[in-house]
Design a protein around this ligand. Structure first.
Ligand SMILES: Cc1ncc(COP(=O)(O)O)c(N)n1
Length: 478
């Protein structure tokens, strides 16, 4: 939750203007959040005026907010003052002692120390930063993190006078353990030359606050925050003509579909949609709808489909083997039983055409049938459970889609169409239930994948769909 202390008109080149939020209004923003949502950790940034410093210090005390990250923002990288000089003492006296951790960069630490009457503390080596951290610690915060971005060191840990010698940045954390013993930690990061560091300190303090809210201890929270910012700088998008922002989303992934809408997204993908259309509106399919498909074609298809289903049942059994939970193993067994049932329908259907079970089983499997079924089984063997489900999905989803289209298409021939029973079979409750179960399963697992994995799954889906097309082609006169 945010309470805005000031609005800035700024870009990567500099701060053009600052619009101050009245302290009373800031107070209202904070009250609104604290009394409703609650606060685990507070993080302060640019405070902009004496009034806001007082208001913030007051609410921290009044609401007894325990964990407070204070980033003593004073001057922007581009040189613009973000806090009037006259407010520095107020910040040091009122807010710094309330800080669980204070996160100044070297210039800010020096300004605070000078304001407190310390003499200039030079930095030549890493241990000098530790001395500065300890001195800032004497101003009252529990922990101090001195950010070393302004003083890169060479390989020997001495200040790097020349640019080419810059090898590492060291941030120093000072504080005390539960027994009151001094804690000093160094977080070293390889030096990375970049002008895209706008808001680095703000991001670091925010990351520390988030990590503390996740119950990390201070050294852990600081170290993880430094790593977060390091990656943010390395992957900065390079916006603007000056100091651009870092990339805050380097470890945040956005799925290309809303939860529960994976299948919808998949079928509409530009690489899937045309292939899917060729499959579900194939001439073989349309000829079943209007009853013009030659009976010989249908018989041939039905026999191959029977052989296909044998392997589809094996693939379902493999999915059961690959499942982790007994419920999912049970579900796979149910699907195998369903397939068995569907195969009996095929036999009944075929007997009506004078083809016996022996006839079917002695028939040679056609290449397209072998290719498709063994592809599905190979995906199942070489990949994981979900990949196997996706390889099996064009069959499950496609037959549902095809039958629904043909069933509701006014151009379909109902009476006297020998294929009508086939169409009806796939719009019946039994099949619709299987379709819903399978779809729900895919939806549940799809949201747990990375975007790259979604692309991989789409490729499997496309390939299996092409094999469905090849299946229709076997007995098409086209
Ligand atoms: C609102 C606001 N807060 C802080 C900074 C300092 O960040 P930087 O030193 O990267 O300019 C800034 N420029 N604007």
């Amino acid at each position: 939750m945010t309470a805005t202390t000031a609005l800035t008109a700024q870009n990567t080149l500099g701060v053009h203007d600052i619009h101050h939020v009245p302290a009373e209004f800031l107070r209202q923003q904070i009250d609104a959040v604290v009394t409703d949502v609650g606060v685990d950790v507070v993080k302060t940034g640019m405070l902009a005026s004496a009034g806001t410093i007082e208001a913030v210090a007051e609410v921290i005390r009044e609401y007894k907010l325990k964990t407070v990250v204070v980033d003593p923002v004073m001057v922007a990288t581009t040189g613009s003052p973000l806090l009037p000089n006259t407010s520095l003492s107020l910040l040091r006296e009122k807010l710094v002692p309330l800080a669980t951790v204070l996160t100044p960069n070297l210039p800010e630490a020096r300004l605070l120390l000078a304001d407190a009457g310390f003499g200039h503390l030079p930095v030549e080596k890493v241990s000098d930063l530790e001395g500065i951290a300890r001195a800032v610690g004497s101003l009252g915060p529990k922990w101090v993190l001195i950010k070393g971005g302004h003083c890169p060191f060479n390989g020997e840990g001495m200040i790097a006078a020349e640019e080419c010698k810059r090898e590492k940045v060291v941030d120093v954390l000072w504080g005390r353990d539960e027994k009151g013993g001094e804690v000093l930690r160094r977080v070293e990061t390889p030096y990375w030359e970049s002008k895209h560091t706008h808001g680095t300190g703000c991001s670091l303090a925010s990351a520390i606050a988030c990590n503390l809210a996740k119950r990390m201890d201070m050294p852990q929270a600081v170290e993880a925050a430094c790593r977060y910012v390091e990656a943010g700088i390395k992957t900065a998008p390079g916006l603007g003509k000056g100091n651009g922002p870092l990339n805050h989303f380097h470890s945040t992934y956005t799925l290309p579909f809303a939860p529960g809408h994976f299948i919808e997204y998949l079928l509409e993908r530009p690489d899937v949609a045309p292939v899917w259309k060729r499959y579900v509106t194939h001439p073989f399919v349309l000829a079943m709808g209007d009853g013009t498909l030659p009976l010989e074609s249908f018989k041939g298809y039905l026999i191959q489909d029977y052989l296909y289903l044998t392997h589809y049942a094996r693939a379902s059994a493999l999915a059961g083997y690959k499942a982790k939970k007994i419920e999912d193993i049970g579900a796979a067994a149910t699907i195998v039983t369903h397939i068995f049932h569907e195969m009996e329908l095929h036999i009944n259907y075929c007997s009506g055409f004078g083809i016996s079970k022996q006839d079917i089983e002695s028939c040679e499997e056609k290449e397209a049938c072998t290719a498709y079924t063994r592809y599905v089984l190979d995906i199942g063997n070489s990949e994981d459970w979900l990949a196997l489900q996706v390889a099996m999905a064009p069959c499950l989803l496609g037959y549902g889609d095809i039958a629904k289209r043909l069933f509701s298409d006014p151009r379909s021939k109902r009476g006297g169409n020998v294929y009508w029973a086939w169409i009806k079979n796939y719009v019946e409750d039994d099949y619709l239930l299987a379709l819903k179960t399978g779809s729900d399963l895919l939806e549940r697992h799809a949201v747990l994948q990375s975007p790259a994995r979604i692309d991989e799954l789409a490729s499997i889906f496309i390939h299996a769909t092409k094999m469905e097309i090849a299946f229709w082609e076997m007995y098409s006169s086209h």
